[in-house]
Design a binder for this molecule. Sequence first.
Ligand SMILES: Cc1cc2nc3c(=O)[nH]c(=O)nc-3n(C[C@H](O)[C@H](O)[C@H](O)COP(=O)(O)OP(=O)(O)OC[C@H]3O[C@@H](n4cnc5c(N)ncnc54)[C@H](O)[C@@H]3O)c2cc1C
Length: 445
Amino acid sequence: MSAPTLPRVTIIGGGFAGLHAARALARAPAQVTLADRRNHHVFQPLLYQVATAALSPADIASPIRHVLRKVRNCRVVLGELTRVDLARRQLYFEDVAVEYDYLILAAGATHSYFGRDEWAPIAPGLKTLEDATELRRRILLAFESAEYEGSEDSRRRALTFAVVGGGPTGVELAGAIKEIAAQTMPADFRFIDTTTTRVLLLQGADRLLPSYPPDLSERARRDLETMGVEVRLNARVTDISSEGVRVGEDFIPASNVFWAAGVRASPISATLGVPLDRSGRVIVAPDLSIPGHPEVFVCGDLAAATSAGSGLPVPGVAQGAIQAGNFVGSLLSRELGAIARGKTAPPRPAFSYFDKGSMATIGRGRAVAQIGRLHFAGMPAWLLWGLVHIMFLVSFRNRVMVMLSWFWNYMIFSRDARLIIGNSRLNITLPRDDPVRPRPTETAA
Ligand SMILES: Cc1cc2nc3c(=O)[nH]c(=O)nc-3n(C[C@H](O)[C@H](O)[C@H](O)COP(=O)(O)OP(=O)(O)OC[C@H]3O[C@@H](n4cnc5c(N)ncnc54)[C@H](O)[C@@H]3O)c2cc1C
């Protein structure tokens, strides 16, 4: 007699939600497949540190195969899901159709330019390692260009950075760029004073970090301004070009514009043909399944879920994804176990999100934290932020490497991953009357 075939559970996405779902299914009587279009998991909360040369890409990423090597019932597949046919229970990876019995969609989110997608090449966002190394390239190249610029105006434009969006990513990025300019770069350049670098943080709302309590928003603003970042609140960006950024009627010449203003769900949700919210997230039932499709679950940033405990929306943060992934994996594991034993599946519980608090770092020794009713800032918040981020990195190697890098950076004010990878051509403007500006080495002598 042949062994009964195990149900096929497919997970899309090796982010926080997908990895935790796979781990929670480790003992389930199922053939689990996790597919991701990349071969690595990325710890997104530290992407801005790669973008600002404090960490290397490998410090915050781990191969998904390695992360799941001990989950014996799970195989890992490298592939990009392009479409889901819910009625036929089929997934399309390009032209290849694959069937599933249960599906866990955890494909996360991407940038939203609020209908102005033409801004994307000029003002890149930060979501993947490719984005982070591109931002790093642009930041480092800006200083290189400024060193050779022919006029004061163009030098000033090269050294102006505008970060659009005052949520945690915008705050962290703006603070880190100012720190590079003020602490790391001055000794490396001969012809420019990098401390004059202008960093603007443009926030459409009336305060930074809108999801945090107002006192912490205010503290973040004060800290950034103390560091020299120009914070503009109620600043609605109306245009972005290679020359700069327009805020209402005001034009700010800036060669470097970065986007940290909005996210929308992975485009895969649009292929499902089910109700989505305004950000393209799938509106899920209390057990995180798609209404009418109890065999399909959505978790993490791709889901518009409501917490059963509080009745509030589950936020698009790492904890939301981790808890939802664990919840779906455990629920399915119990259900498949009962079915395998010839019993009826237990009733499905509703997902409740437990808010463990939020933290954002602003700069060296500066951060804000909220844990329950406790709000605090400064060095204690910064140390806690560091500890929590180390704890949640998925591999032991990453934890050690990040700790060592941070210790080194802290001791000598350094950011050693200052590598320009990709196009390193300078984009400089020579003045008409001085077409051959002496090279710095010639004038320095
Ligand atoms: C710059 C930045 C900073 C952040 N900082 C914080 C923070 O400080 N604290 C916090 O709690 N949260 C933070 N977040 C949010 C947090 O990282 C996300 O909420 C979390 O990563 C969501 O997890 P997820 O598993 O839903 O999606 P993701 O982690 O985005 O994973 C999705 C996975 O799906 C894969 N994928 C996508 N589309 C496809 C496809 N079509 N086919 C195959 N694979 C696909 C992707 O490659 C990826 O591996 C930050 C996010 C960003 C971008």
